[in-house]
Design a protein around this ligand. Structure first.
Ligand code: 4NP
Length: 171
């Protein structure tokens, strides 16, 4: 992790019983439901599902109720992840109901900071790129919506790397 503050916060959660993670992107139909599916798979394979609550949400509300984008579902399925989340918009109460809130890019992060009701709530916001290996050379998870297949593959590469590190830090 690059940010010392973020590392300190993550370490403060170690050893706590249940860990509640919310992934956030713009539409909640591409990046964040994929992150939810990837982390849920890691946690499930490790037999740790009982310790984790994993959800996702969007800063926008254009896709409320929708399943993930069909392209994201196809690319995820090829790697063994079935994405069945229905999109919802992020809400202020999410800051009470989750321990870590993980935006995919800088725009999602700014919108979450505006929504955070207190400084303690704001501390829960840790960008996804904090968990991604530096060698991957991305400091955000790029929006694949207007991209081709390679955009979706890149998102999954970054999320699989980041989620495995997130799990290692908190397991
Ligand atoms: P996401 O991708 O934020 O990763 O779910 C997007 C999905 C939809 C739109 C933009 C980004 N949109 O403009 O509808």
């Amino acid at each position: 992790m690059k940010s010392e503050k973020a590392r300190e916060y993550i370490e403060s959660l170690r050893g706590s019983g249940k860990i509640r993670v919310l992934f956030v992107c713009l539409g909640n139909i591409c990046r964040s439901p994929a992150a939810e599916g990837v982390l849920a798979d890691i946690v499930d394979r490790a037999g740790q599902s009982h310790r984790w609550t994993i959800d996702s949400a969007g800063t926008g509300n254009y896709h409320t109720g929708d399943l993930p984008d069909h392209r994201m579902r196809i690319h995820a399925r090829r790697r063994g992840f079935e994405l069945t989340h229905h999109a919802r918009q992020v809400r202020e109460s999410d800051f009470d109901n989750f321990d870590i809130i993980i935006p995919m890019d800088g725009s999602n992060e700014r919108n979450l900071r505006l929504l955070a009701p207190t400084p303690e709530a704001e501390r829960k916001i840790i960008p996804m790129a904090e968990f991604v290996d530096k060698a991957m050379r991305y400091d955000y998870i790029p929006d694949p919506y207007y991209e081709g297949a390679e955009g979706f593959e890149l998102v999954l590469d970054l999320l699989q790397d980041g989620c495995s590190h997130l799990f290692e830090l908190l397991k």
